[in-house]
Design a protein around this ligand. Structure first.
Ligand code: FAD
Length: 806
């Protein structure tokens, strides 16, 4: 019997009936969550989904994101057979053209990545591009990349098919049923409220598109997503269009163009987009659109006329202006929130919701049911944003820029221009007076290098800051440099059971005397990374965890999740309380003496001491992230200036993040998010020294099994043969014509005098990586290199380990 009555309980409630909600529901049902319920306050697809241009382009910046889209493509091509509901999937291919040299490099880098990720892509000439898209003007086109696997779907049809497939497995959908409240208990989801009644549940999926920020707040969750106007033009049918065209991407003109019902569809990612306050859209914005704005679209229409001159004579049907949700970094949110257990996010799709919807729904359902995603998706983690970005002001400033950057060339060193200065380090003014070029990391403004007098011109070649970074490396290598590491996450772990707790969470031995510093990993039950960190034991019952700058929310959430109910241990984020400076270089010892801190010189490696120097309390730790002798110095935030003045007067010189990166890559110190990830264990990372096998830590059994089986891939160093190679990371590594991996971090190594990269390579256990000659495909050009398993720069007697990531 059919019923419209809401159930009183469901394992999972999905809120929102766009592509994300429908896909999440379908995949939950497929994972046997057959009592899952979807609540939509209007009708299915009535938010953004119904008017989507619905192109599906497979290639993304990482393997796992690309795989999610490939999953979508596979699903979309099979759903009709499964459900009997057509999906409109058309495999038309797509064509990206270049009209300048840097764009050509950009698309060739993408082509190389496509091959690595198993996606078909091929560089073609302007003439060949014209053959595939005869109506295009190719006068200024210098090359193109053809991607045959791409296509498009009917967005509403896909949702109808997903809904049908979900319902066939028992899931239920209720339209005209808005969620008005999210019930939580002890920071865990326990139910949702609607005008038709309450549903008690164990988990929710927030798939509320444009309205997600406010919806998240109902459950105490920060959701930094904000709508932006998004345009495409539709024309009446054009006789010259014969059949389906590939999607033509002309990113230099901010355009994509294809056929639609016999006419043209001309869409844009313009550099001057406009944000909209979601409150102004209202809750009854159902199958709604925003006002046509021809003045705004005019620069884009001129670009379109240049690319497709035939448009001059074509009758316009509609200039569609539909809102879409964007995030501060242009990537969406998928996974459990940091704040509330059982509260899963699937929102802020940044205009790829249709393309990635199938894969994202699958991954989220897997995460909810199994407790972890099917692959490393930390780049999508909602925990990656600082609270600062959840402000309406910051979001409204940032999202128009994000929309525009979708089609920008991804130059190294590119920085956002809007929503800056959200979080200033204690020495911000000092760094400004040294003409720092600032980069934004987890909301913090960090000096990337100094003496920057004008906005640098970005390039794929050797950058303008090359010499300056070399100077800063020189300070650390030959004199003494000061690296501001204040944004490193600092978590205080305290209590009588802090030691046993950390021994369960960390791979290394935490039962060491106060005054020790320990490099360690936190693993999950699968034996792969949750985090890498350095732990200082300050007293018997007090540890300080130094974690990655952008990892603080993730790590705190992980610690809280692992704590047993009655365990006597507490956690606190102390990041803001302390400034942290790394004094590094051969002159550090003299400087310590000069400022009356000679006791630091007696500190052994991996030792930490609390000292008072000229009235300032300083926790000095002898560790290094750059491979030079020195200390990481932590002091109360308010004393940062006094400490800096002392050190600067003693001749310590500021050095920025680029110098630090160059030195850490030479030294093969790994960074989470670049080199390390959740698919990897300390064995592949070469960090088994940080595993204390005698401890019963989380992930130990899985790690043991991995070890017994033998590892088939490793993180290695690549020493380039050609000194002019500019490797940026994310480039295929080839051996005997076969792609075996990719570079994960890269830099010019000033101390070794040559470019160097860290790479993750598969070797099947069959060959020893050391000394292997390899080739690296950088934008279609092949560069030679040699694999090294040891650091490229490793002075005798300097036994130091990394602190954590940048
Ligand atoms: C002009 C344009 C072109 C685009 N082109 C492409 C493209 O080519 N390829 C591509 O992949 N993507 C494209 N997109 C993006 C894509 O359409 C979106 O990413 C996707 O539709 C977002 O889906 P969603 O499920 O997150 O949100 P929505 O479709 O907006 O669904 C959210 C739903 O949540 C409901 N809701 C909100 N609050 C509540 C509540 N409290 N209770 C119950 N229900 C609630 C809403 O009513 C709505 O139906 C385009 C977008 C636009 C605007």
């Amino acid at each position: 019997m059919k019923t419209n009555k809401l159930p009183t309980h469901s394992s999972v409630v999905v809120i929102g009936g766009g592509i994300m909600g429908c896909s999440a529901l379908y995949h939950l049902a497929k994972e046997n969550v057959t009592d899952a319920v979807l609540l939509e306050r209007n009708e299915l697809t009535s938010g953004t989904t119904w008017h989507s241009a619905a192109q599906v382009r497979a290639l993304r910046s990482t393997q796992n994101l690309t795989d999610l889209i490939r999953y979508s493509v596979d699903l979309y091509s099979k759903l009709e057979e499964e459900t009997g509901q057509m999906t409109g999937w058309m495999n038309t291919g797509s064509l990206s053209i270049a009209t300048n040299k840097d764009r050509l490099i950009h698309i060739k880098r993408q082509e190389a990545l496509a091959h690595l990720f198993g996606v078909q892509a091929q560089t073609i000439s302007a003439g060949e591009a014209k053959e595939r898209w005869p109506l295009m003007n190719t006068d200024d086109v210098i090359g193109a990349v053809w991607s045959p696997d791409d296509g498009r779907v009917g967005p509403s049809d896909i949702c109808a098919a997903l809904a049908k497939g979900a319902k066939a497995r028992g899931a239920k959908i209720f339209e005209n049923t808005g969620v008005t409240g999210i019930l939580t208990k002890n920071q865990k989801v326990v139910g949702v409220e609607t005008a038709k009644g309450t549903i008690h549940c164990d988990a929710i999926v927030l798939a509320t598109g444009l309205w997600s920020r406010k919806a998240g707040a109902m459950g105490g969750v920060s959701v930094p997503a904000w709508p932006c106007e998004h345009f495409y033009l539709l024309t009446k049918p054009v006789p010259e269009i014969k059949g389906a065209l590939p999607t033509l991407s002309d990113h230099d003109s901010h355009l994509y163009i294809r056929d639609e019902t016999g006419g043209f569809l001309v869409g844009c990612f313009e550099p001057h987009a406009r944000a909209i306050d979601p409150d102004k859209l209202g809750e009854d914005f159902s199958f709604g659109l925003l006002k046509e704005d021809w003045d705004h679209f005019e620069p884009m229409s001129l670009n379109a006329l240049h690319r497709v001159p035939l448009l001059e004579t074509v009758e316009v049907k509609q200039l569609l202006n539909g809102p879409e949700a964007f995030t501060p970094d242009g990537t969406f949110m998928l996974g459990e929130s940091a704040e509330t257990k059982g509260f899963y996010l699937c929102c802020g799709l940044n205009s790829i919701g249709i393309a990635i919807g199938g894969g994202a729904g699958m991954a989220l359902a897997h995460d909810i049911v199994h407790g972890y995603p099917p692959m490393d998706l930390s780049e999508l983690s909602p925990k990656r944003y600082p609270g600062y970005f959840n402000s309406a002001k910051a979001l409204a400033e940032r999202v128009p820029e994000i929309l525009g950057t979708h089609y920008e060339i991804t130059y190294p060193g590119r920085q956002h221009k809007t929503a800056r200065n959200l979080r200033l380090m204690p020495l911000h003014e000092e760094w400004k007076s040294h003409n720092a070029r600032f980069g934004q990391y987890y909301g913090w403004e960090r000096p990337v290098y100094f003496n920057c007098l004008t906005e640098p011109k970005l390039t794929f070649s050797r950058p303008e800051w090359f010499e300056q970074v070399g100077l800063e490396v020189g300070y650390a290598h030959k004199e003494a440099a000061l690296f501001d590491q204040s944004p490193f996450g600092k978590i205080e772990v305290e209590g009588p059971e802090a030691e046993s707790f950390l021994n369960r969470i960390c791979t290394n031995n935490m039962a060491r005397p106060a005054g020790c510093a320990v490099y360690t990993a936190m693993l999950n039950e699968r034996g792969t990374y949750e985090s890498d960190l350095t732990v200082l034991r300050l007293t018997d019952e007090h540890y300080r965890l130094l974690v990655g700058t952008a990892h603080i929310k993730q790590d705190l959430a992980w610690l809280k999740r692992q704590k047993k109910e009655k365990e006597r241990v507490s956690f606190r984020d102390a990041t803001q309380d302390f400034a942290m400076m790394a004094l590094m270089g051969p002159d550090s010892a003299r400087i310590a003496k000069k400022i009356n801190a000679s006791q630091w010189n007696d500190l052994g490696y991996f030792r930490t001491m609390s000292t008072t120097v000229n009235g300032i309390e300083i926790q000095a730790t002898r560790i290094s992230y750059v491979g030079e002798a020195g200390w990481e110095l932590m002091c109360p935030r308010e004393d940062a200036k006094s400490l800096y003045t002392m050190l600067a007067q003693a001749n310590a010189k500021p050095a920025g993040l680029y110098a630090q990166t160059s030195m850490r890559v030479e030294k093969k110190y790994l960074a989470y998010g670049h080199d390390l990830n959740m698919d990897m264990s300390p064995l592949e990372a070469g960090l088994e020294f940080a595993v204390h096998w005698q401890s019963d830590f989380i992930g130990r059994d899985a790690l043991q099994r991995r070890k017994e089986k033998g590892i088939d891939s490793s993180l290695v160093l690549i020493d380039f043969n050609d000194l002019d190679t500019v490797s940026l990371g994310n480039e295929p590594v080839i051996i005997n014509g076969e792609m075996i991996g990719r570079t994960t971090s890269a830099a010019f190594g000033y101390r070794i005098g040559s470019p160097v990269a860290i790479a993750f390579v598969k070797h099947g256990g069959a060959w020893q990586p050391e000394g292997q000659q390899v080739e690296i495909n950088i934008a279609g050009d092949i560069f030679g290199g040699v694999i090294r398993t040891k650091p490229a720069f490793d002075p005798d007697g300097l036994v130091m380990r990394p602190v954590s990531n940048t």
